[in-house]
Design a protein around this ligand. Structure first.
Ligand code: NAD
Length: 354
């Protein structure tokens, strides 16, 4: 099986590559802007890497040639950092729709199966949050791939640039399926966590990465963990290993997984961001055998100050994962405390702090 893997050096891409290269039956043509997380794979006999922007004019020409040789395309390349959704909305819309729609066109032209990573953010805010029913009615917040309406805020809340661009790309993929028989599978990830997610601010880079890396940075740099808008937003945290199991099964079961949209998440791991911060400082206390960490400062911050004007959050993301469970014979197994402990331990060892 020959796979074109776009975004192969990202968080999900590097874990997927690790899994697929363990097997002899995959040859991977990988593309990414950088190779930091996958340098150790560069000599592998079944891996051919191109370091380039897939959408730059000259590299797109080589991509066009390469696509004719592969069995499927997996697209993980995107800007997907919440700190950029309202501060660099044009880049976000270009990366998640305007540029990438050309990859969808190529797959349709050449009859290649496209497995595309979308996002659970396309559900937007729950209906419960508008009806203010305190989540009494499950049908107003459980997210079902083919039933739940996609509810986003006003245009001035530019935070929705990412979700909206991802949604339009899903519609574009589906339109190609409808008009040109494109085979596709769309994955909607629900907060995958694990080693090598983003970078630790102040240690591995600057800026504002996703929440796991922000909290880790705060704990390692002895700074407060900031809860945006009270840390009330709720997320279902999924181990990257469970997620990669699901993606591998999608690849290996085309008979059932083609032309479907899958929520990939773990319904047993729901936490508010406040609970997540508390759990992470308890794990620090346990790993260092130091109860002082239990009092590591957690402070609230208005989203306008943390992310800038135009920020608005999805309140809750509780997926229905029955389609993935039934089709793929898959169920997520790793519980949140184990996911956090594995990840924190990994970074502490990486930076010689344990
Ligand atoms: N990790 C999650 O929990 C999660 C949640 C929702 C959606 N997703 C989606 O899954 C996909 C992968 O997510 P991730 O967490 O691995 O992100 P990531 O940022 O770690 O990886 C994305 C990779 O794509 C590369 N890339 C971006 N634009 C490129 C371009 N034009 N040419 C070549 N390479 C390019 C980046 O260098 C990076 O290595 C994204 O589409 C993201 O929106 C992930």
């Amino acid at each position: 099986m020959i796979i074109l893997l776009l975004g192969c050096s990202g968080f999900i891409g590097s874990h997927l590559l690790t899994r697929l290269l363990k097997k002899d039956n995959y040859r991977i043509f990988g593309w990414d802007l950088e190779s930091k997380k996958i340098d150790h794979f560069l000599p592998s006999k079944n891996f051919y890497f191109t370091q380039a922007d897939v959408l730059a004019k000259d590299s797109f020409e080589s991509l066009k040639k390469q696509i004719t040789d592969v069995d499927m395309v997996i697209n993980l390349a995107a800007i997907c950092n919440p700190a950029m959704y309202n501060t660099r909305p044009l880049d976000v819309i270009k990366s998640n729709f305007l540029d990438v729609h050309q990859i969808v066109d190529l797959c349709a032209t050449h009859g290649k199966w496209l497995i595309h990573a979308s996002t659970s953010e396309i559900y937007g805010r729950t209906l419960s949050s508008y009806y203010n029913d305190n989540y009494a009615d499950k049908s107003l917040y459980i997210l079902k791939e083919d039933q739940t309406p996609l509810v986003m805020g006003p245009i001035r809340n530019q935070r929705w640039s990412y979700a909206c661009a991802k949604q339009l790309l899903e519609r574009y993929i589906y339109a190609h399926h409808y008009e040109n028989s494109l085979d596709f599978t769309i994955i909607r990830p629900l907060n995958f966590f694990g080693p090598e997610m983003d970078y630790i601010p102040g240690i591995e880079g600057d800026g504002t990465p996703r929440v796991l890396a922000c909290f880790l940075g705060a704990l390692l740099n002895n700074e407060p963990m900031y809860l945006v808008d009270g840390g009330r937003a709720r997320r279902t945290i999924t181990s990257i290993h469970d997620a990669i199991d699901a993606i591998e099964k999608i690849i290996e079961r085309p008979g059932v997984s083609k032309n479907k949209i899958y929520n990939i998440g773990n319904v047993n791991n729901e936490v508010s961001m406040k609970e997540l911060a508390e759990k992470m400082r308890s794990i620090f206390a346990k790993l260092y055998d130091n109860a002082d960490y239990l009092n590591h400062p957690i402070e609230e911050m208005d989203s306008k100050i943390f992310y800038g004007e135009g920020y608005e959050d999805c309140d809750r993301r509780m997926p229905d994962i029955s389609l993935a469970m039934n089709d793929l014979d898959w169920s997520p197994k790793i519980l949140i405390n184990d996911i956090l402990e594995e990840t924190i331990r990994y970074y502490l060892k990486k930076h010689n702090k344990l």
